[in-house]
Design a protein around this ligand. Sequence first.
Ligand SMILES: *Cc1c(COP(=O)(O)O)cnc(C)c1O
Length: 347
Amino acid sequence: MDIFDRLSVFPRVPLTPLPTPLEFAANLSHFLGGPRIFFKRDDLTALAFGGNKTRKLEFIMADAIEKKADVVVTLGGVQSNWARQTASAARRLGMDVALVLEGEEPEQYQGNLLLDYLMGCDLRFVGRIPQDVEDKEIAGECPITGEVAGEIRAKGRAPYIAPLGGATPLGNLGYVSAAVELERQFSDMGISPQYLALATGTGGTQAGLALGVETLGAKTRVMGLSISRHTRPKEEEISELCNRTAEMLGMKHPRFCADHIDVTYDYVGAGYGVPTEEGIEAIKIVAGTEGIILDPVYSGKAMAGVIDLVRRGVLKKGEDVVFLHTGGAAAGFAYGDTLRSEKRGAE
Ligand SMILES: *Cc1c(COP(=O)(O)O)cnc(C)c1O
């Protein structure tokens, strides 16, 4: 059984037109003077401005439908792309949405939060969530979302808890499938890229891609540029996600260990959600050369990494680098004042 057959066993609800475009960024490549850079435009997926969670949600929401849910409950930051895309998917499928948002309610609703509000979500601001509680949410114990789900169930409704960031084996299938899609595009365009670079948060996207690329026998190296620091090395976590996803697909091979996964932490800056100067420069360079909008939390920091690696000669002329644009630009509106500094990007 090939990977395509294995994927087709899992119910999937179509939420976006696919494939997304794979585009050569001629101006950016010329500006940087290094490798040819291509954008995989997953920012052009559907669900209230799209992003990488859409592909995960095609599998996760299919599960919610199977379980006859009528309210989706999930957790995220106040500017969570995941929460906004989940809300959009739920609405499109005729379900209600309860969002547990980490942080205080801001005076002004902007970016993703504004979109959540417009979609009529039941918004619950819970302040700061301690790391151990968040870890339990990730592990599926759901101390916070479980309580909300219980309250909803008591009212006679059928809640479904969508896992934080969609980073479960089921959600990861979205990016195993994206790897298949990419391989076809590489072959159509006659390219064989050395690198596939992306912003890594929970690592689910990277895990799906790493598994997909490995299964297809492609030589492309999946390079995760982490946008947050963690107590536990991401490489370990992502390799475990790969193995759990492979098991779910009924595959005995490949088996991953941390050594198989590339993650760099050099471009995180002060931490998750805190813009870096290099990230803002990267946003302006890409906007000014390609008219493509990145965001300060994820894709801008990841692109800052790619630009730095080109400038340092790690990514070289003659190579091809694919940058997975994971979306996120909606969050950028909440960072307006920070982004509008006097410094200019590409002149
Ligand atoms: C969630 C997100 C990521 C990270 O994806 P993970 O699968 O959690 O690693 C990257 N970019 C954007 C814009 C996101 O919203």
